[in-house]
Design a protein around this ligand. Structure first.
Ligand SMILES: Cc1cc2nc3c(=O)[nH]c(=O)nc-3n(C[C@H](O)[C@H](O)[C@H](O)COP(=O)(O)OP(=O)(O)OC[C@H]3O[C@@H](n4cnc5c(N)ncnc54)[C@H](O)[C@@H]3O)c2cc1C
Length: 387
């Protein structure tokens, strides 16, 4: 058996988890994660292809309801990527004795793997980690918890939510599947190499990574890294060689994320996102702390939203006003050439030099970014002090 269509693979984790012989694993030594089959173990049962969600796509579908959502607790908003919906859902399910699965950094921060709150704590699952993640043992652990009758919340990328559904192959009333509006996964290898370069520069191992620190407010993406010797690196995304290649250009993401088949068919109960258009769609802006767009895709998702009213401010929005968020990504005509150039530069001179040469904003744009960053940093600090 060889997993065909491997170039379409989204790394959802279904084939790895479903194989009864443990013959499928994820290759971790390439630029992007890819499944690989051990032919000495494989019995040609075909289950990996039968359960591949990309090979068995359902029809596109629209959400049933849409909401603007903001957590009541400011501290939760500051600690979250957007408005804190994930935390509200997690707290709700934990109050009833449930268990929460999400993506967390490995101890050395070099990999992102799925874990449950009982292993790593809820805060480790919070915030977007902008690199590929591994579902690992999580799907099997989720099934075990569901079979024990526990309530389970899973939050991952749309492909991973589809992968979990395929793996389980039946609905469980005690499971809430949550995904997010996904702009694609940057290469895990580039991310690791980037951390290595920073460790050399700062002469100490990385201790924590935060891609959504909100130091410059919610709208100004930034990265904040701490090192074992107490030093810190904090940089706006547009000036950072790794983050700018993702956020401004999408050059370092899995190529097939650009044709993601799940943008308009979220197989989750709920979809979360940053509600950048909150003011124009709802008339209600934000104080640059963070606002979530929350989509309920199923009746179960709608019921879960109704339980959040004590922890979140939630406002109904007509679904047709937010369909823009579910459009296929698409790219500019010049994208392929630019990406090839970036990849060539990366192979020649590494992730930092390639990012500095081609991805970060330069000249007057860099100056403007710095001025804007300084202003936003002051405002964010003042907002944080207000409490
Ligand atoms: C790679 C990536 C790309 C994204 N692109 C967009 C976008 O283009 N537009 C948009 O509106 N929103 C995007 N988001 C979602 C957004 O950043 C927030 O994660 C989302 O709005 C939830 O915010 P929150 O405040 O409710 O929860 P948070 O506390 O921020 O919860 C984040 C949740 O995301 C999960 N997660 C974090 N990193 C990963 C990862 N690497 N792999 C799998 N799951 C992960 C965690 O399990 C956690 O449950 C993206 C997220 C990621 C991880």
């Amino acid at each position: 058996m060889s997993i065909s269509h491997v170039e379409q693979c989204t790394n959802c984790g279904a084939c790895v988890s479903v194989c009864p012989q443990a013959a499928v694993s994820v290759q971790t030594d390439a630029l992007f994660y890819r499944p690989s089959v051990d032919s000495t173990r494989c019995t040609e049962c075909g289950l990996c292809e039968k359960r591949c969600p990309v090979l068995h796509l359902p029809a596109a579908r629209q959400p049933l309801s849409a909401f603007r959502a903001v957590h009541h607790d400011d501290e939760v908003i500051w600690q979250s990527s957007s408005g804190g919906v994930f935390s509200a859902l997690a707290e709700d399910i934990k109050q009833r004795g449930g268990i929460v699965f999400g993506a967390a950094y490995s101890e050395d921060c070099r990999a992102v793997r799925f874990a449950c709150d009982e292993e790593v704590g809820l805060d480790a699952l919070r915030r977007s980690k902008y690199t590929e993640s591994l579902t690992g043992e999580a799907f099997a652990q989720i099934r075990a918890a569901l079979e024990q009758g526990r309530e389970v919340l899973f939050c991952g990328a749309p492909c991973q939510a589809a992968g979990l559904r395929s793996y389980l192959n039946r609905d469980y009333p005690n499971l809430i599947v949550c995904d997010f509006i996904c702009g694609g996964f940057p290469s895990h290898q580039m991310y690791e190499e980037y951390l290595t370069a920073l460790e050399q520069q700062y002469h100490a191992p990385v201790q924590s990574v935060n891609f959504r620190p909100k130091t410059f407010g919610w709208r100004e993406y930034a990265i904040h890294i701490t090192f074992a010797n107490g030093k810190e690196y904090s940089c706006q995304a547009s000036l950072d060689p790794f983050f700018s290649a993702f956020l401004l250009h999408r050059w370092n993401i899995r190529e097939n994320c650009l044709q993601c088949p799940f943008t308009d068919r979220h197989l989750s109960d709920l979809t979360l996102g940053d509600f950048w258009r909150s003011r124009s769609v709802t008339g209600e802006g934000d104080a640059d702390k963070g606002v979530s767009l929350l989509l309920a895709n199923t009746e179960k998702g709608k019921a879960a939203v109704s339980l959040l009213s004590s922890s979140m401010q939630i406002k109904d929005i007509p679904v047709d006003k937010v369909l823009y968020a579910l459009k296929p990504h698409g790219t500019a005509a010049a994208y392929s050439d630019e990406r090839r150039r970036f990849m060539e530069e990366y192979r020649r001179s590494g992730v930092v030099r390639a990012g500095k040469a081609l991805a970060v904003v330069r000249g007057s744009a860099a100056l403007k970014a710095r001025v804007r960053g300084a202003q936003r940093k002051r405002v964010a600090a003042a907002l944080r002090r207000q409490k």
